[in-house]
Design a protein around this ligand. Structure first.
Ligand code: FMN
Length: 212
């Protein structure tokens, strides 16, 4: 048996909070396609570092350049910072920093230095002026190439950054480490947490369907 899903949100799909499906497509968590999580660093208007836990991105390139394609919420600080300064860094950290990442979401005021809030250490960038994260095993320095509200819903925008420099921990440049437990943190690990912690009350929609 296969569960068929179309563009209409089935009425029995439960929201985690009101207007949840304004921000997330019902396809996203139902499908649970794994992708790597990262921290986007930018600078706030007051000069303090800002961190955004992100994971809706992909990375692609050809001889014209290598690009970070990341949907960013238009209401986020990150969106405003990137449009203003036209640069950002993408930092890949391992799963042991999951709580640190969440702390940057829970403590998100304009006045806060989110490096301190998250327990991260600033690392000097090579090309851009936005700090990298020292604990990251890999960081990409990016300049803004384009921004587009693909769905035209006024919720998220696809930010495309051109990678102008990359920095990789020497222990990760070769071999299997970045694909092992100290390597990339994946979105499906976050989804697994949702599923595990909710005692069945906030399940994936398709599991609810199977229960019906
Ligand atoms: C697992 C996970 C992945 C996320 N991915 C993104 C993302 O790709 N883009 C985005 O704008 N927000 C994403 N978020 C939400 C942001 O982390 C959150 O809104 C953050 O507080 C924004 O910070 P800022 O306002 O300082 O930019 C994600 C959150 C989680 C928990």
């Amino acid at each position: 048996m296969k569960v068929e899903i179309n563009n209409k949100i089935p009425t029995h799909f439960s929201e985690y909070w009101p207007a949840y499906y304004d921000i997330f497509s019902h396809y996203e968590e139902t499908l649970g396609i794994p992708h790597a999580l990262f921290l986007i660093t930018t600078l706030k208007e007051n000069g303090k570092p800002n961190i955004c836990f992100g994971g809706w991105g992909s990375f692609w390139g050809d001889k014209g350049g290598f690009f970070a394609l990341i949907p960013v919420m238009q209401k986020s600080h990150t969106y405003a910072n990137i449009l203003r300064d036209k640069e950002f860094c993408v930092n890949f950290i391992n799963y042991s920093y999951r709580e640190n990442c969440w702390n940057t979401i829970k403590n998100n005021d304009e006045e806060l230095d989110e490096m301190t809030v998250g327990g991260f250490i600033e690392e000097k960038p090579s090309v851009v002026s936005v700090p990298r994260i020292a604990q990251a095993f890999m960081s990409l320095e990016c300049t803004l190439e384009s921004e587009q509200d693909i769905s035209k819903a006024g919720v998220n925008s696809l930010i495309i950054g051109k990678v102008v420099h990359a920095s990789v921990d020497i222990d990760y440049i070769d071999g299997l480490k970045k694909f092992d437990k100290d390597g990339f943190m994946f979105y499906h690990q976050e989804l697994f947490h949702y599923l595990q912690n909710n005692e069945g009350k906030r399940r994936y929609s398709h599991l609810k369907l199977l229960d019906d």
